[in-house]
Ligand binder design. Structure first.
Ligand code: ZN
Ligand code: ZN
Ligand code: FE
Length: 733
């Protein structure tokens, strides 16, 4: 006989881990107990050595889908007299170290709500130990019903019996409820109470826009195949082109419209149930015009599932229920006020959403995930450092697609995606979320970090915070995630960030090693005309790059065909309203404008996304030339030949766009070889472009260079906060 004390750390609470341990131990005839502690799950198991060995193996490989084991330690302890295996009460203590993310409805609960004889038939708040709301309803840790927004719902005897039975799937399922005791939906149509889910479904079928209170906030939903209602939604939301997320009833229906490989399918069906960017097989009007992808997800709450059971599996638009630029609505009255001019009806319910949360959006490449937006199903989540932080810290992140990062002990906790901090509503959301996360994780930060940009909101939030350069933070976010302690070369490509020389950077080749960093090169600076307006009037980027490449006024007017070109050229030649820019974001805009794909962007990165989608239609492996100049120990890559190539090929935009992507990948390879890099990090918003990322990765890998990117943190500025915190941890500031 043998007795082991086993500690398991990671995401092991509120994910059905103890019932899993219980069943496993009982199945093997082991004795002992399992209990939650603030740091993880502790088990004592006693039995024959062979059985203990199987037990330890199975703990790792058969753990519940929503769990994540970060560490297992075992120790021999003296034998004890016991006659069975039990689940003990939680061992209370200091604050817990992890907050469980929300989990999509599981297979068993799907069966329950589809079964007419089940007491939870079509009950939209059905959940169990393996699924259901977590972070969005948790007010305090440890996670139990009384500390969540389930508190007002007094549990009924039937639900209580399930809750107390270790053999039941709902054993210790904190939000366990049923039609007798749980939350209820109500449907408001044209200002009046109008029934429930069935009536809401009927109005969607009739072509109405319905605001639906979901898990982390409101969605605006409508029939995605009804062009008239999608057009109405776009008009009312003042969102002419930005792609709309789709929800499909099942994977089979998704595959009618999209290509999904095994890995993408696994992600769609995973516990996090994110929106996954998939290549279109068949287009749907007005959903993501000009783009080669749809952002799609599967129903992740029982409420969604029931809607599709009523309506059939055809796609619904499921876009964030907010006024453009504002945070997603979470409160019934807030939604009725804010979305009153957009939605025809409101499907509400009476459980409060405590933590506001958008849908996560990601794409898959080579078995790895790349987040465009990291929120529901993943947040808060954490990265474990190799050693402890000396003091608790708060890093405030960037301004657009902002998020923050709390550091405590050896953990970096990442907030969900918050949004653009130039917006008052998002600033409130940012402040409110910092407060909530600090109290939830019991962190009192003593060190603050922020971006060096003086106009970012973080500068106002805490003027004394330590400053970390934007692109250094991008690079260190990759280092934090992959534990890159030796030197590496980073390509940080994005829209714009304030550089160390106070010009605008954004296509940086940075050498990083042990607390030191150096700008080793960049794209050759270009004068961009138009200030901030150039990010919207992207023809101004085209004009600026054409000027830099030596084109004459008449040629430029002929290429761009915009009315204001003459005045802009005059101002630009005089150097008025221009800034020096060495980034990549505006180069993509310029290319999109030159190829006639987009002159004016109505949403962020529209030019780059249209350019990528054009490239997806061509197969060419050829690329344009570029010039590498070396000056004062720095590499400058002149893209003027690339611009001239685009102009020459502009009658074949797909091929030109593909060659553009190939050229940038080739520039990255050339710089990596010149700088003799062995390990390379690719980061920054520009790498939200899957084609560029794939091509750069392939070229580097073929040259024997190891490539890293952000797979836990978002690809773009959502990674900045973690990078800032790591800068302090690793001695860069
Ligand atoms: Zn379930
Ligand atoms: Zn009940
Ligand atoms: Fe950035």
């Amino acid at each position: 006989m043998l007795r082991k004390r086993i500690f398991i750390g990671g995401i092991v609470q509120a994910v059905g881990f103890r019932p899993f341990v219980y069943k496993l131990a009982r199945g093997l005839g082991l004795r002992g107990w399992a209990a939650n502690t603030p740091r993880g799950v502790v088990i004592e198991a006693q039995g024959a050595p062979a059985k203990i060995k199987i037990f330890l193996e199975a703990l790792k490989i058969k753990a519940p889908a929503a769990s994540r084991i970060d560490e297992i330690t075992t120790a021999d302890v003296p034998l004890k007299k016991e006659n069975k295996f039990v689940i003990r009460d939680s061992i209370k203590g200091a604050a817990a170290t992890s907050v469980p993310p929300d989990i999509a409805i599981c297979k068993d609960c799907q069966k329950d709500i589809a079964d007419k004889k089940n007491r939870r038939f079509r009950y939209p708040f059905t959940n169990c130990t393996n699924c259901g709301p977590r972070f969005t309803i948790i007010k305090n840790l440890p996670y139990d019903r009384a500390q969540s927004t389930m508190r007002p719902f007094k549990i009924c005897p039937a639900c209580r019996a399930e809750f107390g039975d270790p053999r039941d799937r709902r054993f210790h399922a904190q939000p366990n409820c049923c039609p007798v005791c749980g939350p209820r939906v109500s449907f408001i149509y044209k200002g009046k109470a109008a029934g429930g889910l069935e009536e809401a479904a009927l109005q969607i079928k009739r072509g109405r826009i319905i605001a639906i209170k979901s898990l982390g906030g409101f969605h605006l939903a409508c029939d995605a195949l009804n062009k008239a209602v999608v057009a109405r939604l776009r008009a009312r939301k003042n969102r002419p082109h930005k792609p709309l997320a789709l929800m499909f009833g099942n994977i089979k229906e998704i595959k009618k419209y999209c290509y999904a490989n095994a890995e993408e399918e696994r992600l769609l069906k995973s516990a996090a149930a994110p929106a996954v960017m998939l290549k279109k097989r068949r287009d749907i009007a007005l959903i993501s015009e000009g783009l080669y992808t749809f952002g799609v997800m599967l129903p992740y709450t029982p409420l969604h599932k029931i809607l599709f059971d009523i309506l059939g599996p055809a796609p619904l638009v499921m876009t964030s229920g907010n006024i453009s630029g504002q945070p997603i609505c979470i409160d019934n009255n807030e939604a009725l006020d804010d979305l009153g001019d957009i939605a025809d009806g409101f499907l509400l319910h009476d459980r409060k959403i405590h933590n506001r949360m958008d849908d996560s959006v990601l794409f898959e490449l080579g078995g790895r995930i790349h987040f465009l937006r990291r929120a529901r199903g993943y947040a808060p989540g954490h990265i474990t450092l190799p050693s402890r932080l000396k003091k608790p810290m708060l890093a405030l992140g960037a301004n657009l697609a902002s998020s923050f990062c709390l550091g405590k002990d050896d953990k970096l906790f990442l907030s969900q995606y918050i949004g653009d901090l130039d917006n008052a509503g998002n600033i409130l959301y940012f402040k409110e979320t910092i407060k909530k996360m600090q109290s939830l994780l019991n962190v009192r930060p003593q060190i603050f970090l922020r971006d060096a940009h003086p106009a970012y909101y973080a500068a106002a939030y805490n003027p004394r915070a330590l400053k970390v350069r934007h692109h250094l933070a991008h690079a260190l976010a990759v280092a934090a995630e992959h534990d890159l302690r030796r030197g590496f070369l980073c390509f940080a490509f994005d829209g714009a960030g304030l550089g160390a020389d106070n010009t605008i950077w954004g296509a940086e080749f940075l050498e990083i090693s042990r607390g030191e960093w150096r700008r080793a090169g960049c794209l050759k600076p270009v004068k961009i005309f138009g200030g901030e307006s150039a990010t919207k009037d992207i023809w101004k980027c085209g004009l600026s790059y054409l000027l830099a490449a030596g084109f004459k006024d008449a040629q430029i007017k002929n290429i761009l065909r915009v009315d204001d070109a003459a005045a802009a050229l005059g101002a630009s030649r005089a150097g008025l309203n221009c800034y020096t820019y060495s980034g990549a974001g505006r180069l993509f805009d310029a290319a999109a404008a030159i190829l006639g794909l987009c002159a004016q962007a109505t949403y962020q990165a529209q030019g780059a996304m249209l350019l990528e989608s054009a490239a997806a239609r061509a197969l060419t492996k050829t690329y344009y030339s570029f010039v590498v100049e070396e000056k004062g120990g720095l590499i400058f890559v002149d893209t003027a030949p690339l611009i001239r190539g685009l102009v020459a090929d502009r009658r074949r935009p797909a091929e030109a766009a593909a060659k553009f992507h190939n050229t940038l990948a080739r520039i990255i390879l050339t710089a990596a070889l010149k700088l003799r890099a062995r390990e390379v990090a690719l980061c920054g918003g520009v790498f939200q472009n899957k084609i560029l990322l794939a091509r750069a990765q392939a070229l580097l890998a073929a040259a024997g260079i190891k490539v890293y990117a952000n797979n836990i943190l978002p690809v773009g500025d959502g990674a900045i906060a973690a990078g800032q915190l790591y800068a302090k941890y690793a001695g860069f500031v």
